[in-house]
Write a protein that binds this ligand. Structure first.
Ligand code: SF4
Length: 496
């Protein structure tokens, strides 16, 4: 036998030996798992079906991804279906956003929104830039953003530094504001030099004393930053109304501790309401305090629960004078998103925007406060049609978090509450962040914003108006249980 034949035989013998060894290890592992599964008492399936029962957990985990890529139809998935996400991805990449053949949308489903085109559409060449709307006209420093679509609150800490940087630079390119979320103002929010809305959550991160009260000096310092244009006091948030939260000590590194004003490495509790705000008078007192210190428009954010509360708030404002009103209200939808929330709150608490927005608009209009208090609508609006609907109902501005996350490349893997976000957006794992290039993604953020507003303009022009804010309830219809549509003006008649 020659030399190479001998070598081949030795390799074959090794492979056979390795194979037998692998089989032996596999057999031993199965026996060990069998014994463990039989003896444990926590999992019925594994106890009844040792070893095989374990596949259930694997398939349950993988099912999320299989459904998304293989089985779910274009318009089936939650929270955002493939058709919605694809539109955002194409807009962000400045790719072709036209489709062939015809709509795949079910136009007979109860609740479907349809816009009513005019016999005489507004001509493209007559197009006008929407008039800026001023917020807090009586403040020392009012704010008049030119855009009506902006980036909703996302905290540094929940988002990675590269994601926040990309959003900040993208917002600057797009000419829109970026809300800090309740996690304080980080250097990454400021990197793009965009307009900033500073959110004050119940823990007052970034503007708190050691015991969690408002630190007036810190607030004054932040207001002194020329990029910070407004302050938003968060009362509640769509995905978890009435819930505070714990920021585990493991996430509180030196940088986050410094930005938020809390001790490094210790758990930090967000109360479920601002300790000093127990009623409407105290709410208006706190708004006045923030507005006086900052000189800038100050508003509130909440998800509507009991609608009568709005009537009571309006009555208190009327009693104290219109100057006491919040300069804006950000109305969040109960189906808003978050990095982490308990399912009972996510699924069952608060009103959806489709119900609460018309109510809020009508209650403020009836009280003569619609011009005084600007309305910012928030919650699952990521396409031009969503935004056009909100403007037609009466919102002055629309904000989105998840639309902008998709523009950064989010694939809806829904692991934002773990540290494993595969796209580097919500993870602090440096190896995963490496894939997100802020320079490239900031352009995508700006593209998404540009084509979203372009799409809203197309709808407005089709309905015969030049400015999207001229859209009103007569321009849109909603499909009812009969499969036919009625005008939004009929569905939500004005209160006065
Ligand atoms: S890719 Fe997944 S984990 Fe990352 S931000 Fe999107 S939904 Fe969250």
């Amino acid at each position: 036998m020659n030399g190479w034949m001998t070598t081949l035989l030795v390799i074959a013998q090794w492979l056979v030996a390795l194979f037998v060894l692998a089989l032996l290890i596999g057999a031993v592992a199965i026996v060990v798992m069998y014994v463990i599964d039989k003896r444990q008492t926590r999992h019925t399936i594994r106890r009844n079906f040792p070893v095989i029962g374990r596949f259930r957990y694997l398939f349950e985990h993988l099912g999320e991804f299989f459904r998304q890529y293989f089985y779910a139809m274009d318009r089936e998935e939650m929270p955002f279906n493939r058709a919605q996400r694809s539109w955002v991805y194409r807009a962000a990449k400045n790719a072709d956003r036209t489709l062939a053949f015809g709509s795949t949308r079910d136009l007979t489903k109860n609740g479907t929104i349809i816009f009513a085109n005019s016999a005489y559409p507004h001509q493209e060449e007559d197009k006008t830039q929407p008039e800026p709307v001023t917020i807090g006209a009586d403040c020392a420093q009012p704010y008049s953003p030119t855009s009506y679509f902006h980036i909703s609150g996302m905290s540094y800490g929940a988002l990675s530094p590269v994601a926040v940087t990309a959003l900040s630079k993208g917002a600057k390119l797009a000419g829109c504001w970026m809300n800090t979320g309740e996690g304080g103002l980080s250097p990454y929010h400021l990197k793009g030099e965009c307009d900033i809305v500073f959110q004050i959550g119940t823990a007052k991160y970034g503007v708190r004393t050691a015991s969690g009260e408002l630190h007036e000096e810190k607030l004054r310092d932040i207001a002194g930053n020329k990029h910070v244009k407004m302050f938003e006091i968060k009362l509640s948030q769509g995905a978890k109304p009435g819930k505070g939260g714990i920021l585990p000590g493991i996430k509180v590194n030196a940088e986050i501790a410094e930005i938020r004003g809390i001790p490094e490495g210790q758990d930090s509790i967000s109360p479920n309401r601002h300790p000093e705000i127990r009623n409407n008078d105290e709410l208006l007192d706190f708004i006045a305090r923030v507005r006086t210190i900052t000189g800038k428009p100050t508003g509130i954010k909440f998800v509507m629960g009991e609608p009568n509360w709005i009537d009571e708030l309006v009555a208190t404002i009327k009693k104290r004078g219109e100057a006491s009103a919040p300069d804006f209200i950000t109305l969040d939808s109960a189906d808003g998103g978050t990095g982490s929330a308990p399912q009972p709150l996510m699924d069952y608490v608060g009103l959806k925007l489709s119900e609460s927005l018309p109510m809020l608009v009508d209650k403020l209009a009836a009280a003569g406060l619609k011009e005084r208090i600007r309305i910012v609508a928030s919650g699952k609006m990521i396409t031009p049609a969503d935004v056009a609907w909100a403007l037609a109902i009466g919102a002055d501005f629309v904000v989105s978090a998840r639309g902008f996350m998709f523009s950064l490349g989010c694939i809806q893997a829904m692991q934002c509450n773990k540290n494993t976000c595969p796209t580097g957006i919500t993870t602090h794992d440096k190896s995963l962040q490496r894939g997100l290039d802020p320079a490239d993604k900031s352009v995508r953020v700006a593209n998404y914003h540009k084509y979203l507003e372009y799409g809203v303009n197309i709808i407005a022009h089709s309905c015969g108006v030049s400015d999207p804010r001229q859209l009103n309830r007569r321009h849109a219809r909603v499909v009812t249980h009969t499969g036919d549509s009625i005008s939004l003006a009929e569905r939500y008649p004005p209160a006065n």
